[in-house]
Write a protein that binds this ligand. Structure first.
Ligand code: SDX
Length: 392
């Protein structure tokens, strides 16, 4: 502190805003969306209902939900020129980079999504992106698999249609599988919002300059990509695979995670806010067992994950630092059982987080929050005069 500025790297002790959307209690491991417990919503609601709840503040009645879904479906076509942008990417492109580019590029085809000052204009931009984003998600996966960029079936539910667009292929049509639909619906609900995390803060600060909704979301997707944030769900599976290749030697990885000279961290563990179990991780761990047995999938990775969790929870280093499994620790095991490739895991996180980002952006704009512009403590040179190059 220099009397005026209080330094707080990573904003560990800074409240950036007041918000009525999501409540976390890190000590007790509590997560609520608009006052509803995540445990209840994961069991009783569906993803579109939760999206409506987060964005507008109340659970929708039947008419409201039907109108919301109809408005979204009326915008579920993506401009054909977007396919040319996707085609221009190398097949090796990471889907998160493709997704953030396409989300920003959508602005060019939806100019009305930029200057949104009225609630009406905001609503229009919101249903547009909720309609088009699942197509972008599915097309990034189809691009990776060399499948044609096609649509699903708008008569299906929101989540069913996402699965259809992701998995249908020329040589066999995708058959709806209730287990997969319910698993994805639950995962998307559990990822839907999480107050002022890194990517949501990025969406808010980008939107605070009154940049458009789509480009603010694109910035959030970029932030989510990092392995310390949403990218962790991919890093967890890569870590578990490495442990499996190593003969399941979790002790070696635990030692690496505690070695200050080793940058390796136990991916899927630890959290800035939760100093107790991440309530989402608890639900996903149970769901992983259910989904794998329902699908008849035997995955040794799940046993390695459980072994690693048990070891970490009994390890003093982890206990001292209150490191518990977070949302990313088990989610990838379900995505993999569903046939989703590992480089798509963080894209699935983004699909879930979309309504939360939208809700937080909308609250920030409706509350006319000031542009985000933190200060610093300057530690550089004091005043000095220019020296001509001949003298340097
Ligand atoms: C998400 O914020 C959100 O809400 C995010 C999220 C959401 O829904 O939006 O919940 C989603 O991003 C979950 C987190 C996914 N990331 C990972 O799983 C990556 C591994 N975890 C970490 O890198 C870390 O725990 C963070 C990034 C999650 C939190 O970092 P902090 O709060 O800045 O804590 P820190 O890095 O200061 O760590 C505190 C101590 C350090 O040790 P000391 O220097 O005190 O001795 O704990 C250690 C760290 O070295 N530590 C770990 C560790 N996480 C923290 N040591 C080994 N393995 C780990 N995973």
């Amino acid at each position: 502190t220099n009397g005026v500025i209080t330094l707080d790297p990573g904003y560990k002790n800074t409240g950036s805003c007041q918000s009525a959307i999501t409540f976390l209690d890190g000590e007790k491991g509590i997560l609520r969306y608009r006052g509803y417990a995540i445990e209840e919503l994961a069991e009783k609601a569906d993803f579109l209902e939760v999206a409506y709840l987060l964005i507008f503040g109340e659970l929708p009645n039947k008419e409201q939900l039907e109108k919301f879904h109809a408005d979204i479906k009326s915008h579920s076509v993506v401009d054909d020129d977007v396919k040319k942008i996707i085609d221009a990417f190398p097949k090796s492109a990471h889907p998160m980079g493709v997704l953030s580019s396409l989300t920003s590029a959508l602005t060019a085809f939806n100019p009305s999504s930029v200057n949104v000052d009225s609630e009406e204009e905001m609503y229009n931009a919101i249903v547009r992106i909720l309609g088009k984003f699942p197509v972008l998600v599915a097309w990034t996966m189809r691009k990776k698999r060399g499948l044609p960029l096609e649509y699903g079936d708008d008569n299906l539910g929101y989540v069913e249609n996402v699965l259809k667009m992701m998995f249908k292929s020329p040589n066999h049509d995708y058959v709806q599988n209730e287990v997969l639909v319910n698993a994805l619906d639950k995962l998307l609900i559990l990822h839907a919002d999480h107050e002022q995390n890194c990517s949501t803060s990025t969406v808010r600060i980008t939107g605070s300059s009154h940049a458009g909704l789509f480009v603010s979301l694109s910035a959030g997707i970029s932030a989510l990509w990092g392995p310390l944030h949403g990218g962790a769900n991919q890093a967890v599976l890569e870590m578990l695979e490495a442990i499996k290749e190593d003969g399941g030697d979790t002790k070696k990885y635990m030692a690496k995670a505690k070695d200050k000279n080793d940058p390796f961290r136990l991916m899927g563990f630890g959290h800035r806010v939760y100093k107790n179990f991440d309530p989402r991780a608890k639900i996903i761990k149970v769901a992983a067992d259910e989904v794998l047995s329902d699908l008849g999938v035997e995955d040794p990775i799940l046993d390695i994950a459980k072994g690693l969790e048990k070891e970490a929870l009994e390890d003093q280093y982890f206990v001292d630092r209150k490191l518990y499994p977070n949302v990313d620790f088990y989610s990838g095991i379900i995505y993999r059982a569903m046939g989703i490739p590992v480089e798509m895991f963080t894209v699935m996180f983004a699909l879930g987080r979309l309504p939360g980002w939208i809700a937080q952006w909308r609250e920030m704009r409706l509350r006319k929050e000031p542009i985000g512009r933190p200060r610093q403590l300057y530690t550089g040179e004091t005043l000095r005069s220019f020296t001509p190059i001949e003298k340097r």
